[in-house]
Design a protein around this ligand. Structure first.
Ligand SMILES: *[C@@H]1O[C@H](CO)[C@@H](O)[C@H](O)[C@H]1NC(C)=O
Length: 269
């Protein structure tokens, strides 16, 4: 009986030893490569956090030590164009013109689908927004003090340690309020979650142009189909001016001129 006990406890010990070996073991997966694409020493920026900007060919870089945001153009290389996006390089709190706005060494930001930037300006206990128009405070601006109040965003308060992320499918910012041990939510405006870029007007113009050409193409096809039996039944041929144009086209397959007209229209679409 005693030996049975010894064997089973030995087996358990061996099993748990094996399990801990497997679970603490490294699994080194090959197939990845590290390259340096940007050296901050040369560009005089120290990247704390980087996020792709939707609808543009820019990367947004937060330099926390300088309290400033920069854009870097793709492809990322030593030739990338670096531009200051917001923050005058001095730590503080000031909204307005992006170039003269001030942040207090933020460490976290998020970007919505329009390219608007939301900054967890934790030392100021506020959430800021950067757009082409300038920098604003969207939450916490009422008190600017540490707290955990919900409600209208300007009246809300945050701890001095929080980060934020944009969650597209609920069109909201989620705030991981570490200091308060809370996850908090700010719903964004629907237009900030639609897939148009900041060059939305240019895109709009392009889609209108495409729509107009597709429509005119359809209309000419429909007119061609509607007119075809009429022309054939009543005249057997096209009107003289059109006929004259069509005669210039080769017609060896015995197609009627209207067939050629239709084919011509289809080709133009
Ligand atoms: C929010 O703050 C403003 C200004 O301090 C105040 O007038 C308003 O009553 C507050 N709203 C709520 C819901 O606390």
């Amino acid at each position: 009986m005693a030996s049975h006990f010894v064997y089973s406890s030995l087996a358990i010990t061996l099993l748990s030893l094996l399990f801990s070996l497997v679970s603490s073991g490294l699994l080194l997966e090959d197939g990845y490569t590290v390259t340096t694409v940007i050296d901050g020493h040369q560009l005089e920026i120290n990247p704390h956090s980087v996020i792709d900007r939707p609808g543009s060919s820019d990367l947004i870089v937060l330099d926390s030590s300088r309290s400033a945001f920069y854009t870097l153009s793709f492809p990322l290389s030593e030739e990338s164009v670096v531009k200051r996006l917001a923050g005058d390089g001095v730590q503080g709190y000031s909204d307005g013109e992006p170039g003269s706005a001030r942040f207090d060494k933020p460490k976290s930001f998020a970007v919505d689908m329009k390219g608007n930037i939301y900054v967890a300006d934790k030392s100021n206990h506020v959430i800021r927004k950067i757009t082409n128009l300038g920098v604003t405070t969207i939450a916490g601006g009422g008190s600017k003090k540490e707290g955990r109040a919900d409600g209208p965003a300007q009246n809300a308060s945050f701890s001095n340690d929080f980060e934020l992320t944009f969650v597209p499918h609920i069109c909201a910012l989620l705030i991981s309020d570490h200091g308060n041990q809370l996850i908090r939510q700010i719903n964004l405006k629907p237009e900030d979650c639609s897939k148009s870029s900041q060059s939305g007007s240019a895109l709009g113009a392009v889609s209108v142009w495409v729509l107009v050409s597709v429509l005119s193409c359809l209309v000419s096809l429909v007119i061609g189909f509607v007119a075809r039996p009429y022309i054939i039944r009543h005249t057997g041929r096209l009107d003289p001016p059109l006929q004259h144009d069509m005669e210039a086209l080769p017609n060896q397959s015995g197609e009627t001129s209207t067939d050629l007209l239709l084919r011509h229209q289809k080709r133009n679409c």
